[in-house]
Design a protein around this ligand. Structure first.
Ligand code: 6GU
Length: 246
Protein backbone atom coordinates (compact mmCIF):
# COMPACT_ATOMS: atom_id res chain seq x y z
CA UNK A 1 0.00 0.00 0.00
CA UNK A 2 1.17 3.50 -0.84
CA UNK A 3 0.43 6.47 1.46
CA UNK A 4 1.15 10.12 0.66
CA UNK A 5 0.79 12.73 3.39
CA UNK A 6 0.92 16.46 2.66
CA UNK A 7 1.57 18.68 5.69
CA UNK A 8 3.23 21.88 6.84
CA UNK A 9 4.73 19.87 9.76
CA UNK A 10 6.57 16.89 8.26
CA UNK A 11 8.38 16.38 11.60
CA UNK A 12 5.01 15.78 13.29
CA UNK A 13 4.85 12.51 11.32
CA UNK A 14 8.17 11.11 12.55
CA UNK A 15 6.37 8.51 14.70
CA UNK A 16 5.62 6.77 11.39
CA UNK A 17 9.28 5.63 11.49
CA UNK A 18 8.68 3.71 14.73
CA UNK A 19 7.08 0.45 15.87
CA UNK A 20 4.49 -1.35 13.73
CA UNK A 21 4.27 1.25 10.95
CA UNK A 22 8.03 1.81 10.91
CA UNK A 23 8.64 -1.93 10.60
CA UNK A 24 6.03 -2.31 7.86
CA UNK A 25 7.83 0.47 5.94
CA UNK A 26 11.24 -1.14 6.47
CA UNK A 27 9.86 -4.46 5.17
CA UNK A 28 8.44 -2.76 2.08
CA UNK A 29 4.82 -3.53 3.02
CA UNK A 30 4.03 0.16 3.27
CA UNK A 31 5.37 2.94 1.03
CA UNK A 32 4.89 6.17 3.03
CA UNK A 33 5.81 9.47 1.36
CA UNK A 34 5.65 12.64 3.44
CA UNK A 35 5.53 15.95 1.59
CA UNK A 36 6.01 19.53 2.84
CA UNK A 37 3.13 21.64 1.51
CA UNK A 38 5.41 24.70 1.55
CA UNK A 39 7.37 23.15 -1.34
CA UNK A 40 4.39 24.24 -3.45
CA UNK A 41 4.15 27.78 -2.00
CA UNK A 42 6.01 30.21 -4.21
CA UNK A 43 6.13 33.59 -2.47
CA UNK A 44 9.05 34.79 -0.35
CA UNK A 45 7.48 33.58 2.92
CA UNK A 46 6.10 30.28 1.52
CA UNK A 47 2.61 31.42 2.54
CA UNK A 48 -0.03 28.69 2.74
CA UNK A 49 -2.84 30.55 4.55
CA UNK A 50 -4.94 33.69 4.22
CA UNK A 51 -7.85 35.44 5.94
CA UNK A 52 -11.34 33.93 5.51
CA UNK A 53 -13.85 35.46 3.09
CA UNK A 54 -16.85 36.71 5.06
CA UNK A 55 -14.68 37.45 8.08
CA UNK A 56 -14.34 35.46 11.27
CA UNK A 57 -11.49 34.19 13.38
CA UNK A 58 -8.41 32.32 12.23
CA UNK A 59 -6.93 31.65 8.84
CA UNK A 60 -7.84 29.38 5.94
CA UNK A 61 -5.40 27.32 3.88
CA UNK A 62 -5.06 28.73 0.36
CA UNK A 63 -6.12 26.49 -2.52
CA UNK A 64 -3.16 26.95 -4.89
CA UNK A 65 -0.43 25.09 -2.92
CA UNK A 66 -2.81 22.17 -2.26
CA UNK A 67 -3.79 22.04 -5.94
CA UNK A 68 -0.20 21.97 -7.14
CA UNK A 69 0.85 19.43 -4.51
CA UNK A 70 -2.05 17.08 -5.22
CA UNK A 71 -1.69 17.34 -9.02
CA UNK A 72 1.99 16.41 -8.75
CA UNK A 73 1.34 13.52 -6.36
CA UNK A 74 -1.55 12.17 -8.48
CA UNK A 75 0.63 12.29 -11.60
CA UNK A 76 3.39 10.34 -9.84
CA UNK A 77 1.36 7.13 -9.49
CA UNK A 78 -0.88 4.73 -11.35
CA UNK A 79 -4.65 5.00 -11.00
CA UNK A 80 -6.57 7.14 -8.53
CA UNK A 81 -5.96 7.20 -4.76
CA UNK A 82 -8.61 7.70 -2.10
CA UNK A 83 -8.19 11.24 -0.75
CA UNK A 84 -8.59 11.27 3.05
CA UNK A 85 -9.24 14.78 4.41
CA UNK A 86 -9.01 14.92 8.22
CA UNK A 87 -11.50 17.40 9.67
CA UNK A 88 -13.55 17.56 12.89
CA UNK A 89 -16.61 17.99 10.63
CA UNK A 90 -16.02 14.73 8.74
CA UNK A 91 -17.67 11.31 9.03
CA UNK A 92 -16.51 9.29 12.07
CA UNK A 93 -13.37 7.20 11.68
CA UNK A 94 -14.43 3.68 12.69
CA UNK A 95 -12.96 0.20 12.51
CA UNK A 96 -15.25 -0.37 9.53
CA UNK A 97 -13.72 2.59 7.68
CA UNK A 98 -10.21 1.39 8.62
CA UNK A 99 -11.01 -2.02 7.08
CA UNK A 100 -12.38 -0.34 3.95
CA UNK A 101 -9.31 1.88 3.54
CA UNK A 102 -6.94 -1.03 4.19
CA UNK A 103 -8.22 -2.68 0.97
CA UNK A 104 -7.15 0.30 -1.19
CA UNK A 105 -3.78 0.37 -2.95
CA UNK A 106 -3.20 4.10 -2.46
CA UNK A 107 -4.31 6.72 0.07
CA UNK A 108 -3.47 10.44 0.11
CA UNK A 109 -3.92 12.34 3.41
CA UNK A 110 -4.23 16.14 3.62
CA UNK A 111 -3.91 17.15 7.29
CA UNK A 112 -4.69 20.86 7.64
CA UNK A 113 -3.85 23.47 10.24
CA UNK A 114 -5.75 26.72 10.95
CA UNK A 115 -9.49 26.69 10.20
CA UNK A 116 -9.13 24.17 7.38
CA UNK A 117 -8.65 24.14 3.59
CA UNK A 118 -10.46 26.34 1.06
CA UNK A 119 -13.61 24.35 0.16
CA UNK A 120 -12.88 24.48 -3.56
CA UNK A 121 -9.98 22.06 -3.13
CA UNK A 122 -12.30 19.36 -1.75
CA UNK A 123 -14.81 20.04 -4.55
CA UNK A 124 -12.13 19.97 -7.26
CA UNK A 125 -10.73 16.58 -6.26
CA UNK A 126 -14.18 15.24 -5.36
CA UNK A 127 -14.96 15.39 -9.08
CA UNK A 128 -12.01 13.09 -9.85
CA UNK A 129 -11.36 10.99 -6.75
CA UNK A 130 -13.11 9.21 -3.93
CA UNK A 131 -12.79 11.90 -1.22
CA UNK A 132 -13.49 11.01 2.42
CA UNK A 133 -13.66 13.80 5.00
CA UNK A 134 -12.99 12.02 8.28
CA UNK A 135 -13.05 12.95 12.00
CA UNK A 136 -11.40 10.82 14.71
CA UNK A 137 -13.79 11.89 17.47
CA UNK A 138 -15.94 14.56 19.03
CA UNK A 139 -13.25 16.97 20.17
CA UNK A 140 -11.20 19.60 18.37
CA UNK A 141 -7.47 19.25 17.70
CA UNK A 142 -5.13 21.95 16.41
CA UNK A 143 -4.51 20.11 13.16
CA UNK A 144 -4.98 16.92 11.19
CA UNK A 145 -1.52 15.42 11.75
CA UNK A 146 -2.36 13.53 14.96
CA UNK A 147 -5.53 12.14 13.28
CA UNK A 148 -3.35 10.96 10.37
CA UNK A 149 -1.09 9.09 12.82
CA UNK A 150 -4.19 7.47 14.29
CA UNK A 151 -5.68 6.50 10.93
CA UNK A 152 -2.42 5.22 9.42
CA UNK A 153 -1.79 2.96 12.42
CA UNK A 154 -5.36 1.62 12.39
CA UNK A 155 -5.10 0.86 8.65
CA UNK A 156 -1.50 -0.46 8.62
CA UNK A 157 -2.10 -3.11 11.28
CA UNK A 158 -4.85 -4.60 9.08
CA UNK A 159 -2.54 -5.14 6.08
CA UNK A 160 -1.65 -8.77 5.40
CA UNK A 161 1.58 -9.73 7.16
CA UNK A 162 1.95 -6.51 9.17
CA UNK A 163 0.79 -7.92 12.53
CA UNK A 164 2.87 -10.89 13.65
CA UNK A 165 -0.19 -12.92 14.60
CA UNK A 166 -3.20 -12.67 12.29
CA UNK A 167 -5.46 -13.99 15.08
CA UNK A 168 -4.55 -10.96 17.16
CA UNK A 169 -7.08 -8.73 15.42
CA UNK A 170 -9.84 -11.34 15.15
CA UNK A 171 -11.22 -10.44 18.59
CA UNK A 172 -10.26 -6.77 18.70
CA UNK A 173 -12.87 -4.48 20.14
CA UNK A 174 -15.00 -3.45 17.12
CA UNK A 175 -13.87 -6.41 14.95
CA UNK A 176 -16.66 -8.36 13.27
CA UNK A 177 -17.32 -11.89 14.57
CA UNK A 178 -18.73 -13.66 17.62
CA UNK A 179 -17.67 -10.84 19.95
CA UNK A 180 -18.89 -8.18 17.53
CA UNK A 181 -20.48 -5.23 19.34
CA UNK A 182 -18.53 -5.95 22.56
CA UNK A 183 -15.36 -4.35 23.89
CA UNK A 184 -12.44 -6.59 24.80
CA UNK A 185 -12.29 -7.77 28.38
CA UNK A 186 -9.31 -7.80 30.78
CA UNK A 187 -6.10 -9.76 30.14
CA UNK A 188 -3.49 -11.24 32.50
CA UNK A 189 0.02 -12.68 32.29
CA UNK A 190 2.63 -14.03 34.71
CA UNK A 191 3.34 -13.93 37.60
CA UNK A 192 0.26 -15.74 38.96
CA UNK A 193 0.32 -13.50 42.03
CA UNK A 194 1.35 -9.84 42.05
CA UNK A 195 1.10 -7.59 45.14
CA UNK A 196 -1.31 -10.05 46.66
CA UNK A 197 -3.56 -10.08 43.60
CA UNK A 198 -4.25 -13.36 41.85
CA UNK A 199 -5.81 -14.01 38.48
CA UNK A 200 -9.31 -15.37 37.76
CA UNK A 201 -9.14 -19.11 38.41
CA UNK A 202 -11.02 -20.06 35.26
CA UNK A 203 -8.00 -18.92 33.22
CA UNK A 204 -5.93 -21.67 34.88
CA UNK A 205 -8.60 -24.35 34.40
CA UNK A 206 -7.59 -25.36 30.88
CA UNK A 207 -11.32 -25.57 30.14
CA UNK A 208 -11.59 -23.73 26.79
CA UNK A 209 -15.39 -23.57 26.83
CA UNK A 210 -15.49 -22.05 30.31
CA UNK A 211 -12.72 -19.61 29.40
CA UNK A 212 -14.59 -18.45 26.29
CA UNK A 213 -17.78 -17.97 28.36
CA UNK A 214 -15.87 -16.01 31.01
CA UNK A 215 -14.25 -13.78 28.38
CA UNK A 216 -17.62 -13.07 26.83
CA UNK A 217 -19.18 -12.21 30.21
CA UNK A 218 -16.31 -9.85 31.05
CA UNK A 219 -16.59 -8.25 27.59
CA UNK A 220 -20.32 -7.78 28.09
CA UNK A 221 -19.87 -6.25 31.57
CA UNK A 222 -17.22 -3.81 30.33
CA UNK A 223 -19.29 -2.78 27.36
CA UNK A 224 -22.38 -2.28 29.54
CA UNK A 225 -20.35 -0.08 31.91
CA UNK A 226 -18.21 1.92 29.45
CA UNK A 227 -20.23 1.95 26.22
CA UNK A 228 -23.90 1.18 26.85
CA UNK A 229 -24.62 2.80 23.47
CA UNK A 230 -22.92 -0.16 21.74
CA UNK A 231 -25.33 -2.60 23.38
CA UNK A 232 -28.34 -0.39 22.60
CA UNK A 233 -27.31 -0.16 18.96
CA UNK A 234 -26.50 -3.87 18.49
CA UNK A 235 -28.77 -6.51 16.99
CA UNK A 236 -30.57 -8.06 20.02
CA UNK A 237 -29.87 -11.48 18.44
CA UNK A 238 -26.16 -10.83 19.16
CA UNK A 239 -26.85 -11.44 22.87
CA UNK A 240 -27.89 -14.69 24.50
CA UNK A 241 -29.82 -15.41 27.68
CA UNK A 242 -26.65 -15.60 29.77
CA UNK A 243 -25.55 -12.12 28.61
CA UNK A 244 -28.86 -10.68 29.73
CA UNK A 245 -28.52 -12.19 33.21
CA UNK A 246 -25.33 -10.23 33.93
CL1 6GU B 1 -9.56 14.89 11.74
N1 6GU B 1 -8.97 17.21 12.84
C1 6GU B 1 -9.01 18.10 13.84
N2 6GU B 1 -8.38 19.27 13.70
N3 6GU B 1 -9.65 17.90 14.98
C2 6GU B 1 -10.26 16.73 15.09
C3 6GU B 1 -10.26 15.76 14.09
C4 6GU B 1 -9.60 16.04 12.95
N4 6GU B 1 -10.97 14.70 14.53
C5 6GU B 1 -11.39 15.02 15.73
N5 6GU B 1 -10.96 16.23 16.10
Amino acid sequence: MRLDIVTIFPEYLEPLNVSLVGKARARGQLDVRIHDLRDWAHDKHNTVDDTPYGGGPGMVMKPEPWGEALDEILASGEGAPVLVVPTPSGEPFTQQLAVELSAKPWLVFTPARYEGIDRRVIEEYGDRLDVREVSIGDYVLAGGEAPVLVMVEAVARLLPGVLGNVASHQDDSFAPGAMADLLEGPVYTKPPEWRGRGIPEVLLSGHHGKIARWRRDEAFRRTDRNRPDLIERADPAAFDKKDREL
